[in-house]
Design a protein around this ligand. Structure first.
Ligand code: ATP
Length: 316
């Protein structure tokens, strides 16, 4: 099966700024792929190369097997893009904007109206169909950008920070909408600053930093790279650290805090059962156990911290 996105050694320079510095990535068809990275990491440049808004300085980029420059039309027709910026024609009612867009991508006029209505209903702003873009609320504008991306029925939907500045309700609505699309076969490429969003939605995430891929991984695998904290509370508070064999190799630190045992370990969820068994066998009476997982956010901050990024050029 051809990958939805296949990138090899992609480079982009703007004058003396290197925005993409040899990015290689493969996004499988049907996946929900997250692109994370701090401001200026190169995420928007990456997307702009895919949709033909920016010319690459080197390397290869293909969408469903079509080169984004030499096969521009074929590649572009497969993509729906909801950009970060509101770049919408402000003088026409939004339904007409959608009809024009569909027509531009070769959809006949009779179908274009139907398609426009369908996507406006899908994103929940059909009743605003005769309104101009400028007169929509901020949240409706975000919904409209997604409708515009969907009007051509794309196989690859690219969402550049779709939930920036939207309220919790709308964020959840948008999550439901894009999860449905993905379940029905649309490949999704999502950039976001909300790590929780990536954690919740994505099958796989790539972390970009300084124009390079720091890592590609599932959110779970990434979290496994962080340190979890296991806190054990006893009927009688303890004063000193017991001798422990559990989690050999995974345990990073063992301390006593306020009479409780605190164990820092990678994959704490796996260490905890052995720990409980061992303490129990040694006669400790446990009344509470808490395992707090490291967050993807902590791992992300650690990996993209200036100078401490581990560049492994791709898959772990
Ligand atoms: N048209 C341009 N001309 C010059 N430099 C640019 C241009 N577009 C982007 N850059 C630079 O390229 C680098 C990558 O920018 P890009 O917008 O791709 O990052 P990003 O990861 O999308 O950031 P953000 O999260 O802030 O949107 C930055 O240093 C930026 O200043």
């Amino acid at each position: 099966m051809v990958a939805a996105i296949e990138i090899d050694d992609l480079r982009k320079r703007y004058g003396d700024v290197t925005a993409l510095d040899g990015v290689s990535l493969s996004v499988p068809e049907g996946s929900f792929f997250g692109l994370l990275g701090p401001n200026g990491a190169g995420k928007t440049t990456f997307i702009n190369v895919l949709v033909g808004l920016v010319r690459k300085s080197g390397g290869d980029a293909r969408v469903f097997g079509h080169d984004v420059e030499t096969d521009y039309r074929e590649a572009r027709d497969r993509i729906g893009l909801a950009p970060q910026e509101f770049n919408v024609d402000r003088f026409f009612p939004i339904r007409e904007v959608l009809e024009h867009k569909a027509g531009y991508h070769g959809i006949p006029a009779s179908e274009a109206r139907e398609r426009a209505d369908e996507v406006l209903k899908q994103v929940g702003i059909y009743e605003k169909r005769d309104t101009r873009f400028d007169w929509l609320s901020g949240g409706m504008k975000r919904r409209f950008l997604i409708a515009r991306a969907l009007v051509t029925d794309p196989d690859l939907l690219i969402l550049d920070e779709p939930t920036a500045g939207v309220d919790v309700q709308l964020r959840h609505d948008l999550w439901d909408l894009i999860t449905d699309l993905n379940e029905n076969g649309t490949t999704i490429l999502l950039t976001t600053h909300y790590i929780e969003e990536a954690e919740r939605l994505c099958d796989e995430v790539a972390i970009l930093d300084g124009g390079q891929v720091v890592t590609v991984s599932t959110p779970d695998e990434l979290m496994d790279r962080g340190t979890d904290r296991i806190t054990v509370t006893f009927r009688e508070p303890i004063r000193s650290v017991p001798d422990l064999a559990a989690g050999n190799g995974q345990v990073e630190a063992v301390d006593v805090e306020d009479g409780r045992l605190v164990v820092s370990a990678s994959r704490g969820g796996l260490v905890a059962p052995d720990l409980v068994r061992e303490l129990d066998a040694s006669g400790y009476e446990i009344v509470d156990l808490d395992v707090s997982r490291t967050s993807l956010e902590e791992v992300f901050v650690e990996m993209t911290r200036q100078g401490s990024a581990v560049t492994d050029g791709g898959r772990p």
